[in-house]
Design a protein around this ligand. Structure first.
Ligand code: ARG
Length: 460
């Protein structure tokens, strides 16, 4: 696929080997940067004309041709040539094809080294907004679910063992807190990446009289980068985004893991809609939570993207090195995977039924109000450690005699501690246990409703 003369061929005696062209080319994936590459070039040409580095006439020709190229790409009329090295070369080649030599003036005071960082920053700036919107939809959905399930009591687990009863709403809000922090991280990242790199040129800046603030203004960057070497060398903003994305995936994955477990016959806490599950090719009775499993699986993929970028950057000598071309596939993969997963997870959760009866029944088992009895005794002045021991003995007695905490008589309670009174029967009711935890962060209905209100306010 020899492409003929390269824009950089001046000092070369021999043509590039064909397999080197293929090996070094990134056009098959970086072509998706075309709207940003063209937007950046239009801003750059406008600034060049403002500074009289090129004439107004030349800039007008360049800008109009770039706009036409953009339209043609969008209409599918322009086919990227697999032989083009990257998106910058592809667009520039087409520009020169359309307007001749003048097209060659666009690259004044610019290098692909600052151009690629610009493209990626513009790309990520747009994509982060989409990810945040998807997060906000999920957050809104969880709030609706928390409101709907405000009376549903479920067993809360630690070590996968029934621990204490909680509201299902409280469980949903746990993820709401995690997702809220994820959004904060995305916003932080969006703020830090919103810096104009153009003007750094290859690594040292340019001798031509550019106006970086003008370019920044056109492209809506509140700031220009302050060190040309840093600008072309670092990709920390990519690592930061993928890390934020990895945490989003980790949170989704944990939610999915519960859904997978809870849709088993053993739990039966949830029923994911037929539309968001799949069947088995051999076992006719099966309905599998494949969407949840795939989100869990794809989390590993995004972690892989994070490791790829971290390893890519480690040990790179200053400043730009071609290794950096390998930053885009992990970034694109992370962006696409996170967006896909957020979208489908939100739809799936909207189409999931929570079985309040089964959850309540399960919450009654496992002595899940044992802590309430210990706290009851502590309230009567028994040192908590002593109270813990007394209740431990009560549980052992129940296990031995196949009884639950709720079918012991007051007399039996009193055999373990004389000051038990009749109100103990009330203490071990699930609703009572849940509603006793009425403080910021607790699972009481009032505390959860308060948090729902706060979330509703911050989301609007
Ligand atoms: N395709 C390259 C990348 O993604 C663009 C910059 C190439 N610069 C260079 N001097 N070869 O990083």
């Amino acid at each position: 696929m020899a492409t003929g003369k390269k824009p950089w061929s001046g000092r070369f005696q021999k043509a590039t080997a064909e397999n080197v062209e293929t090996f070094t080319s990134s056009i098959h994936y970086d072509q998706r940067l075309y709207p940003y590459d063209i937007e950046g070039s239009i801003a750059h040409a406008t600034m060049l004309a403002g500074q009289k580095i090129i004439s107004k006439n030349e800039a007008a020709k360049i800008v109009s041709a770039l706009k036409n190229i953009l339209k043609d790409i969008e209409k599918g009329k322009f086919k990227f040539n697999p032989a083009d090295e990257d998106i910058h070369m592809a667009v520039e080649k087409e520009l020169i094809k359309r307007i001749g030599e003048t097209g060659g003036k666009l690259h004044s005071a610019r290098s692909r080294n600052d151009q690629i960082v610009l493209d990626v920053r513009l790309f990520l700036r747009t994509e982060i907004k989409i990810v945040i919107d998807l997060m906000n939809s999920l957050q809104a959905c969880l709030i609706e679910m928390a409101k709907k399930e405000i009376k549903t009591i479920m067993p809360g687990y630690t070590h996968m063992q029934k621990a204490q009863p909680v509201l299902l709403s409280h469980y949903f809000l746990a993820f709401e807190e995690m997702f809220a922090r994820d959004v904060q991280r995305l916003n932080d990242c969006a703020g830090r990446l919103n810096v104009l790199p153009l003007g750094a040129a290859a690594l040292a800046g340019t001798g031509l009289p550019i106006d970086r603030n003008r370019t920044a203004k056109i492209l809506n960057f509140p700031e220009v980068s302050k060190n040309s070497m840093d600008t072309v060398a670092d990709r920390d903003f990519i690592a930061e985004f993928i890390f934020a994305g990895s945490l989003i995936m980790m949170h989704l994955s944990r939610f999915c893991e519960d859904l997978v477990l809870w849709s088993s016959d053993e739990f039966g806490f949830v029923e994911i809609s037929d539309a968001y599950t799949t069947g088995s090719s051999i076992m006719p009775q099966k309905k599998n939570p494949d969407v949840a499993e795939l989100i869990r699986g794809k989390t590993g993929r995004v972690y892989g993207d994070l490791f790829a970028i971290m390893t890519l950057l480690k040990g790179l000598p200053m400043t730009y090195n071609r290794d950096l071309q390998e930053d885009k596939e992990p970034l694109f993969d992370a962006v696409d995977t996170v967006k896909d997963c957020l979208q489908i997870f939100t739809e799936m959760i909207k189409h999931t039924q929570f079985n309040a009866g089964k959850m309540f029944f399960a919450a009654q088992g496992g002595f899940s109000t044992a802590t309430d009895i210990a706290e009851y005794l502590a309230g009567k002045g028994v040192p908590f450690r002593r109270a813990h021991e007394i209740v431990g003995k009560i549980v052992a007695y129940c296990l031995k005699n196949k009884k639950g905490l709720d079918n012991l008589t007051l007399k039996e309670y009193q055999e373990f501690y004389k000051d038990f009174t009749a109100d103990i029967k009330n203490i071990i009711k699930l609703e009572k246990a849940v509603n006793s935890r009425n403080h910021t962060g607790g699972t009481a209905t009032a505390a959860v409703l308060k948090r729902i209100k706060e979330f509703e306010k911050s989301l609007n």
